[in-house]
Ligand binder design. Sequence first.
Ligand SMILES: [Zn+2]
Length: 256
Amino acid sequence: MRKKIFAYGIMLLMISTCTLQLMSRQNNIFKIASQGEGEGGFLTNNNLNQKKVYLTFDDGPSDHTAEILDILKKNKVKATFFVVGKETEHAKKMYQRIILEGHTLAMHSYSHNYDQIYASVDAFSKDLMKLQKYLYDVTDVKPYIYRFPGGSSNHCAGDIKPYIRYVNKKGLLYFDWNALNEDAVNFEQTSKQLNDKILKDVRRQKTSIVLMHDLHETKNTVKGLDTLIKTLKKEGYLILPITKNTKPLHHVSIDK
Ligand SMILES: [Zn+2]
């Protein structure tokens, strides 16, 4: 009898250890999956051939981020935020909301200072690692998706290839865009003008990555966002966040 009780005890101990391990693994899986693969963010066999749109917002957080997140939530849509490093309490809350609400928190440099970032690969690396560590400290999730300031085809870096090589070496995935509204080029455009530009690009492609900005000055982008999402949905586009499963879109690329 004593032997039996002992055996049951060992069994129970083993089961509870496994359960604990499983729970902690599921927790980790949840953390990874929460980067942009929540509701409305799945690619399945049924929608593989559907036209796709990835909405991306650069340069935030800003005083519009909360409103952008509210609009996305209301429309049950997930997006990608290529953020910069800001240390205010508001910014920290926004990084956390981006993750908690199932969007992709992606990196766009800490300083967004082109001269500084593209001074050398070493300077570039310091800036990028600073942002990655900072976002990890604030959100508990390590971001791995990146957008070069100015895109990979920018003219500030001189030869971008050493920078791309560095990004590849770090196991990061970078994304450019093939649809845009030029909201950061001309702040005076109305929300209709901004949306018309995006729709013109999107309608001639099967998959679009849309570049928009989350800046104090780009308020008309936010003003038109609800209409843009509703129009895209009505026209049959699947709106998705960028994840590791997204087909890369590069203005400039190199063989790994
Ligand atoms: Zn930018």
